[in-house]
Ligand binder design. Structure first.
Ligand SMILES: NC(=O)c1ccc[n+]([C@@H]2O[C@H](COP(=O)([O-])OP(=O)(O)OC[C@H]3O[C@@H](n4cnc5c(N)ncnc54)[C@H](OP(=O)(O)O)[C@@H]3O)[C@@H](O)[C@H]2O)c1
Length: 354
């Protein structure tokens, strides 16, 4: 007997400073290109944890009340008429794009029980991947993919073409972050050798994701250590994640041979100024927006063409490990606080029971 469609509820954010409130909200119907998902797990991201005026600065287009949340995993409840690659009952993970400027829609925010997502950034899951673990993927994966593949970022070849580019190195600074865990694996899947930085306790993890060498970003001479790991090879590009990463990436890129491009996931107020100065030295710095693949060809290339097969045959892992901190929409504000308090190589996840 088919499971009856439940009523919908969302965790609404009433203003940029809060508060959050769980309220009933309509059960959506999918339009063309859309998929309606019964959410079983959601992950939280730094962008969800922002409060106050910074939220207006980062996503000025968002109207309140709104529904945050980009990372969902669950079962397909309905598909738009033109969606042919997914069916009702499929287990999926998806980038919930409600906070993205081209969508700007509360019905597409991930912090709800039944969410509308876009088919182009939805991935069918293998049976042995739990919803909680799959939920770690979407925004971090999209951010890594944006940095590596978008034409105005590193513009590397897409993953999975089988080409060997191992004489060239992608440097992933901050590889134990969620974004970095995905960047290491994508760069390897595009055929590159990966040199990475992470805290010492996470070096084994980052190596297990495919990095050849991992250095500690806290070491006094980390720039020299990375330069030594690059010696004799061409740098294909750097993805810079974490506070202070751009300064290191600039110093290393200046000394290295190869492509002088840096994609920064940590743009701060001086990034634009530094980028202009770096350009005079032939280095191109771009600021990543993790939602770009929602509308660009990179989204379906990664979420639909590459990821389902790569997850199924073990070429790609949902990493880092999910840290399930509670269940239900009411647990999400606490999950955001856990993220603000700081995590190491973990993704904060909330399960969504019936
Ligand atoms: N531009 C965008 O669109 C976009 C999208 C998503 C995320 N981001 C940004 O990307 C960063 C990572 O996000 P996330 O969700 O992946 O983070 P996360 O998984 O929550 O990050 C936790 C990790 O950060 C690492 N870390 C802390 N300080 C660091 C530093 N100074 N340098 C390098 N690594 C450092 C820690 O490494 P160890 O424990 O190993 O020391 C820890 O494992 C955040 O700054 C976030 O705001 C940007």
């Amino acid at each position: 007997m088919a499971t009856p469609t439940p009523a919908n509820e969302a965790l609404w954010l009433l203003g940029p400073r809060g508060p959050f409130e769980v309220r009933p909200t309509p059960v959506p119907t999918p339009a063309a290109g859309q998929v309606v998902v019964r959410v079983r797990a959601v992950a939280v991201n730094p962008v969800d944890a922002i409060t106050g005026p910074l939220r207006r600065l980062v996503t000025p287009w968002v109207r309140f009340p709104t529904v945050l949340g980009s990372d969902v995993a669950g079962e397909v409840l309905a598909v738009g008429t033109d969606v042919t690659d997914l069916a009702v009952g499929d287990r999926v993970t998806a980038f919930a794009a409600g906070q993205e400027k081209p969508r700007n829609s509360a019905a597409e925010g991930g912090f709800q029980r039944i969410v509308t997502v876009l088919d182009r950034v939805t991935t069918r899951l293998p049976d042995d991947l739990s919803f909680e673990q799959a939920a770690v993927l979407p925004l971090a994966l999209a951010t890594a993919a944006a940095g590596l593949y978008e034409a105005d970022q590193l513009a590397l070849p897409l993953p999975g073409d089988g080409a060997d580019r191992s004489d060239q190195v992608v440097l992933v600074w901050g590889a134990s972050t969620s974004v970095g865990s995905n960047a290491v694996q994508l760069a390897r899947a595009s055929g590159y050798t990966v040199v990475a930085t992470a805290g010492r306790s996470n070096h084994d993890l980052v190596r297990s994701l495919g990095a050849e060498a991992v250095l500690d970003y806290r070491d006094d001479d980390v720039d020299g250590e990375v330069a030594a790991a690059l010696r004799g090879r061409l740098l294909a590009g750097t993805i810079a994640i974490g506070s202070g990463s751009l300064g290191h990436a600039l110093r290393i890129t200046r000394r290295a041979s190869g492509t002088k491009r840096i994609a920064s996931a940590y743009p701060d107020p001086v990034t634009a100024v530094r980028s202009r100065i770096a350009r005079l030295r032939g280095i191109r710095v771009s600021a990543i927006w993790g939602g770009t693949p929602v509308v660009s060809p990179v989204g379906p290339a990664v979420f639909r063409d590459f990821l389902p097969g790569a997850l199924a045959d073990g070429r790609f892992r949902a990493a880092p490990e999910a840290m399930v901190v509670g269940h239900g929409l009411e647990a999400l504000p606490g999950a955001l606080q856990t993220l603000r308090d700081g995590v190491s190589a973990r993704k904060v996840v909330v399960g969504m029971d019936d």
